[in-house]
Design a protein around this ligand. Structure first.
Ligand code: ADP
Ligand code: ZN
Ligand code: ZN
Length: 744
């Protein structure tokens, strides 16, 4: 039982780091827990304030004689903030970092927000009149106006924020329609009365039997308190979102609230509108472009019960709902659910933790579930549901694999295979659109043979080696190194080297090949400025280009009915990124990419170019066969003891001095080998990080591997202590990453 409590007295302020330490009187020591509200003496002892216990400890941070005693426990159950503090505590323990970092992640920071008004757009004209305008706008190619009016056709009243952010419409467009008398802009105070659940709009259609069965079964399970998380595996267009909507409606009926996590990049207007149409003003949507103040504002509305459905990326998970009933996680496999800043939490695991603390249930969905989740679902840890057919029975696109080794043999050294070029020409002639996808991931290039497809891999880790300066090939797990040779160790060919191609080069090459084609490029460079992303997508969706060339950004969540061809230029780019998730990522990307083709009336084709046509992730994606992929991937993970077969704890080290970092990393490994008396814990590395140097700071990684996550967390605690005490380690920056997803 800890003797001291660190208490924050005002959680709403920006200075969360201001904790005060108190001694806990013996008689209540047993009952004090983190997150609990307590009364403490303050100032010179004349005042008593209410605060929250954020940490219990035996280490006295002050002179023991001067430390004051905590007065009493506030007996009124765990308040919402307390729950979130307890969640922060769990996150800190699981993912590392300081308590303060965890608290800042979980508790929204209050910033002065001005009294705000909210605008609504109201359609002023009848449906018939609107139809005439629709035709007019279409004829004049006034696409922005067309989009706005089309949205108002279905829903005569729309939230201005939703329209501008999700439909990407500018103020002049709205103004113009107002001037034309088509709509009216109504200004209301922000905190208006919510609609009551009884006023909810019912579904425009009945659920199919399979959809309804899932909803019923989940609700039945909550009745009998079977709170296992659910995983819905359903191909795109199989009606997963409709199931989420129905479950949320059920939860609202019980007077509870809902959080919906959607990867930001997939949160399109169509998706937002479906929630908005169903739940009206009860819905709020947050995204990363909101300022801290605006986000706080939305959270505050949630706390007051004015919003009951919060939709957003990862951070929406911390919406302060008093009575949370469900957490939906769409596209459960997405790597953006893992935070890239400390604490590096996984939103899925954290959601399950939060749900467990509050009696809510977690419902996840994906067309390509993560290996982790699917394994849990097969093992009964999660409850597995399936939707195997598309609602309207549309066919999935045809996927053709092109063997780039054969292209080379036939003398074609271009990045466009004969087949892809032929199909591109055909589509251009027909005036149809296409996307060329460069599934580039990570930073370092891998080395492969263009004649036989052989990829240089680490002999210990079965991941590809990454090419570094001076021709060194490095394994980012164990640090193994070898010098890149001049010929292929497998077939002796000289066509061996690092595979590098950028979107810009692709645009140049395609431009030369098809001078008449209109080409757009979308990648990190072209989307740097605010709205860059939207502008490109908008231009493409309005048919102002024939070919969209881009990185993964182009394949997520966007619906372009005009696209009938998708070309994956080199599937190998995501297949050999030097980490154990490469095959999984490739399968997901290819499945998604292929899914972009043929959304409209015309059938779609996807062409996947690769040097590894026999690789299971490519074969399975081409066959649209998740089960086949999963089985192969699971056995690979088991063989190599990668997650989920075991847990991997990455220790990221960084320091300004290369030598000092090397010494520190070796010192850490040495200490670990001594201290880890448990022989089963594997200590791997140190190795250079993917980005071995960033802003003049050097970076290295050490991995720990074990089946039992608790054991790893215990070692993590020991490492934290070590870093406080050891002179050689103290100066290094350290971060933890449990079951890493994004690389370092
Ligand atoms: P997913 O989320 O799996 O991609 P959606 O829920 O978006 O699938 O459904 C795909 C399309 O089918 C949507 O346009 C949706 O409105 C429609 N849809 C879903 N369920 C039904 C149903 N039971 N009856 C008719 N249409 C449906
Ligand atoms: Zn070869
Ligand atoms: Zn290795």
């Amino acid at each position: 039982m800890a003797r001291y409590a660190n208490v924050i007295v005002d959680i709403s302020m920006e200075k969360l780091d201001k904790t005060f330490q108190y001694r806990i009187p013996e008689e209540i020591r047993e009952r004090v827990t983190e997150g609990m509200q307590v009364r403490v003496p303050f100032g010179n002892g004349t005042r008593t304030l209410t605060g929250y216990v954020v940490e219990l400890t035996d280490i006295c941070e002050f002179e023991p004689s001067r430390i004051k005693e905590l007065s009493e426990i506030v007996e009124k159950g765990m308040p919402l903030e307390g729950q979130l503090i307890a969640l922060a505590k769990w996150m800190r323990r699981t993912y590392g970092g300081t308590m303060n970092q965890a608290l800042k992640t979980v508790l929204p920071v209050r910033k002065k927000v001005q009294e705000k008004t909210r605008k609504r757009l109201i359609r002023k004209i009848s449906t018939d009149e609107a139809k005439k305008y629709l035709e007019l706008f279409e004829r004049k190619h006034q696409t922005a106006r067309l989009r706005l009016l089309a949205a108002l056709m279905d829903t005569p009243e729309l939230d201005y924020r939703l329209v501008s952010e999700q439909l990407h419409l500018s103020a002049p467009t709205v103004k113009k329609l107002e001037e034309m008398g088509i709509l009216e802009i109504e200004t209301v105070m922000v905190f208006r009365n919510p609609v009551r659940p009884s006023e909810l709009v019912p579904h425009p259609f009945d659920l199919t039997d399979s959809q309804q069965w899932i909803v019923n079964d989940v609700m039945r399970r909550t009745d009998i308190k079977d709170m296992r998380p659910s995983l819905l595996h359903g191909v795109t267009g199989s009606g997963k979102t409709a199931v989420y909507l129905e479950l949320i409606a059920e939860v609202l009926k019980q007077g509870k609230e809902a959080i919906v996590l959607i990867p930001e990049i997939a949160l399109t207007f169509q998706t937002a509108l479906r929630f908005y149409k169903r739940f009206g003003d009860l819905v709020s949507i947050i995204n990363s472009r909101l300022s801290a103040g605006e986000r706080y504002d939305q959270f505050e509305r949630a706390r007051r019960g004015e919003v009951q459905v919060m939709i957003g990326p990862r951070s929406a998970l911390f919406t302060p709902f008093q009575n949370l009933g469900i957490i939906v996680i769409d596209e459960e496999h997405e790597s953006s659910y893992k935070s890239e800043t400390v604490p590096r939490y996984h939103a899925r695991e954290t959601a399950i933790q939060r749900a467990g603390m509050t009696g809510a249930f977690v419902f996840m969905g994906s067309a390509t579930p993560s290996v982790e989740s699917y394994e849990k679902a097969c093992g009964g840890v999660y409850c597995l549901y399936k939707l195997e057919r598309r609602i309207y029975g549309q066919a999935l696109p045809t996927v053709e694999i092109v063997d780039l080794r054969r292209e080379l043999k036939q003398g074609n050294r271009s990045i466009l295979s004969v087949r892809l070029r032929e199909l591109m020409k055909e589509r251009l002639d027909r005036g149809q659109q296409m996307m060329l996808f460069l599934n580039r991931r990570g930073y370092a290039g891998f080395v492969s043979c263009r004649a036989c497809g052989h990829v240089l891999k680490c002999p210990h880790c079965d991941v590809s080696l990454s090419l570094h300066m001076g021709g060194r090939m490095v394994c980012h797990y164990c640090g193994y190194e070898e010098q890149a040779g001049r010929e292929c160790p497998s077939c002796g060919s000289h066509y061996i080297g690092a595979f590098r191609a950028g979107t810009q080069q692709v645009v140049e090459i395609v431009g030369k090949e098809f001078p008449e084609a209109r080409i757009l490029r979308m990648d990190m460079d072209t989307t740097k400025n605010k709205d860059g992303h939207e502008k490109i997508l908008e231009a493409f969706s309005e048919g102002r280009a024939d070919i969209l060339v881009g990185t993964q950004m182009i394949v997520k969540g966007h619906d372009f009915p005009g696209v009938t061809l998708v070309g994956v230029l080199a599937a190998d780019l995501s297949l050999y990124t030097g980490d154990y998730r490469a095959s999984e990522r490739t399968f997901q990307l290819l499945t998604q990419a292929a899914g972009r083709a043929g959304r409209g009336k015309e059938e779609g084709t996807a062409v996947v170019q690769t040097y590894s046509p026999d690789h299971y992730s490519i074969e399975a994606a081409a066959a649209q066969n998740y089960g086949m992929f999963f089985e192969k991937e699971q056995s690979y993970r088991r063989l190599m003891e990668y997650p989920p077969a075991a847990h991997l704890l990455a220790v990221y080290l960084s320091y300004k001095d290369k030598n000092g970092l090397e010494i520190g990393a070796c010192r850490l490994k040495e200490c670990l080998l001594q201290q880890v008396d448990d022989r089963e814990i594997g200590v791997i590395g140190p190795a250079d990080a993917y980005v071995a140097k960033l802003n003049d700071i050097y970076r290295k990684v050490v991995y720990l591997k074990h089946k039992d996550v608790e054991k790893l967390l215990r070692v993590k605690g020991e490492i934290e202590l070590l870093f406080q005490q050891d002179a050689c380690l103290q100066r290094l920056n350290i971060q933890f990453d449990l079951d890493p997803m994004n690389g370092f």
